[in-house]
Design a protein around this ligand. Sequence first.
Ligand code: GLA
Length: 714
Amino acid sequence: MKSIKKYLVAGCAILASAQLSFANEQIVIQTDSLGMVLTVGDNGRLYQSYFGKRLVNPADYANLTGGTEVYLTNGMEDYFEPALHINHSDGNASTLLKYRNHKVSSIPGGKETVITLSDPVYGDEVRLRYKSYDKENVFVSSTEIINGGNKPVEIEKYASSMLHFDAPEYYLTEYSGEWAAEVKPHTQPLYYGKKEVDTKLGTRANMFVSPFFQLGIGAPAQEDSGDVLVGTLAWTGNFRFCFEVDNRGKLRVISGINPYFSRRSLKKGETFATPDFIYTLSSRGNGEASRNLHDWARRYQVKDGLGDRMTLLNNWEATYFDFNQDKLISLIGEAKELGVDMFLLDDGWFANKYPRHSDTQGLGDWDETADKLPDGIGRLTAEAKKQGVKFGLWIEPEMVNPKSELYEKHKDWVITLPNRDEYYFRNQLVLDLANPKVQDYVFGIVDNLMTKYPDIAFFKWDCNSPITNIWSNYEKQDQQRLYVDYVRGLYNVLDRIAAKYPDLPMMLCSGGGGRTDYEGLRYFTEMWPSDNTDPVERLFIQWGYSQVFPTKVQCAHVTTWNRDASVKFRVNTAMMGKLGFDINLHDLSPEELSYCKQSVKDYNSLKPVILDGDQYRLVSPHSGNHAATAFVSKNRDKCVLFAFDVYPRYDEKLTDVRLKGLDPSAIYRVEEINRFDGSKGEVKTYSGDYLMKVGIPVFSTGKLSSRVYLLTKV
Ligand code: GLA
């Protein structure tokens, strides 16, 4: 056996020579806490021998041999779901992959290991890419499939990643729901057979189920205990996770683009690159896994992940489509009064032949409605500038209403079946982003607005419809390309926007949480988790997304949903995200308005801890009538604790909440802040040790009440 050490050298690229016999070669991929071992078998094929906690003694890895073939192919001797299925032109649908070589190189925060496998008969080549991030213990896997033969091939299944586990039991948690009822966790044991979690929505990953999961290995994962794999696919379209327990009780996890109606041909020499599957493994439960992913996302994935975020006032729920220039000018003044950073103008500002007075028309015609905005967007950006707030604008550039000039002129750009009645989702259809001309048009919407109005400081990019009536004029020869090419077309557009306007923050919105994926977030600074802004529902929804996404990317707006909840309860829920307001300030009492203004100030001072600190989910809203979450600064000198009483019972027994992540040897000053009447809260001091072992009383029996505490190291 070759020395493993050879493969552990960081920083320099290592290429194993193709001349050698590779049997028993080991590839060890490690982070600070995790290790993955892949071994070449005597037959030249590659096996996953280990994926778990990093072994302290590197020599021990040599004891790990065998395992299940790392990237199982169709048509060979395995009888379960393959990661790869290639149809060759002679009708042979089998692929045999043998190890050829691998390279290791440095990337920011870790290493990338690229392993090349190939089929000795057909010449198909597969490159397995593993990025491993040391501190965050995050892996990012993707695959390249290259047609190395002389004839075209069809790829039918092309997973980003395949992982193998061998444990007595497995428990899958998926986050499913509906529009306005997203991310409800459901945990189920996995037994023999297959469980698939997938969507076929075309323009987005989510509406019914989120593109992420937690997998308890051996036992259901708890917040702070248990072995858990948390994974998510970075793809703004159809995805599939396939969990299959085989006859030996071993689990295979296949993640990637949903192969449904997405067979593709690859010309000689052509490469298909899959999206990234992002995952972490924790032996300390979901909480640690979430924090791993949050850290990784802020540092390496999300647009401007380490930067600041703007608070805002949005006019959607305050006006819906019913506004004009004067009303907006007064709202810009209200944004100033409230003290937020930005005013965001939502839907309803465009189209003239079919003015956008409702969601039934105008989408696609991106000129300002003359009678609503006689002096154009420029009048509004000028007003915002005068008031010292930024100006943001809503667009939905991939979509069209049939009642629009765009549809009249360019029906060939619309995804719609030529020989059937049209079926609409929210009265609209999707433009065919597989078509480069449509890509130019969509890029042009942003580019024209930015050229004409360079003071636009933010876009809310919406996408309300999944693909219906699936048919592309552009993909006439091969309709099965559309689902994948649509998403790639979207990324082309977003790449062009990012290149020309690298510092432009944007919110990713999709009629609620339709687009909540990490590839989208490479281009967007934040996302809209749900159209449901009822603060009680938001406690659950934000809890759900926080399993995988940091608070920094979760927009949370104070609205009038659930008037039973006080303004304080609504504001406190939204403070646990990227704070915004979508409310008519005139509907607030003077006391409520002054509380909101104070809250914006409080939020600004707490923002570094809430958005960039470590999140500890302390009491789950799913567990009863209360919820609590804490954010701890990286140096542990500050902690912001949010506590909520939802619908407590009469005389309910209240339990103290134990903090997490504090410095046990430090003394903390604990003070309730952000009180509705502006009064100062009682100040107490405790050691971190006490706060984490004994806890403090933060709950009450008051219905829909909330409190915020600031813990400061003294
Ligand atoms: C979607 C969004 C909302 C709002 C409307 C406008 O539903 O999720 O926030 O922007 O569109 O039509």
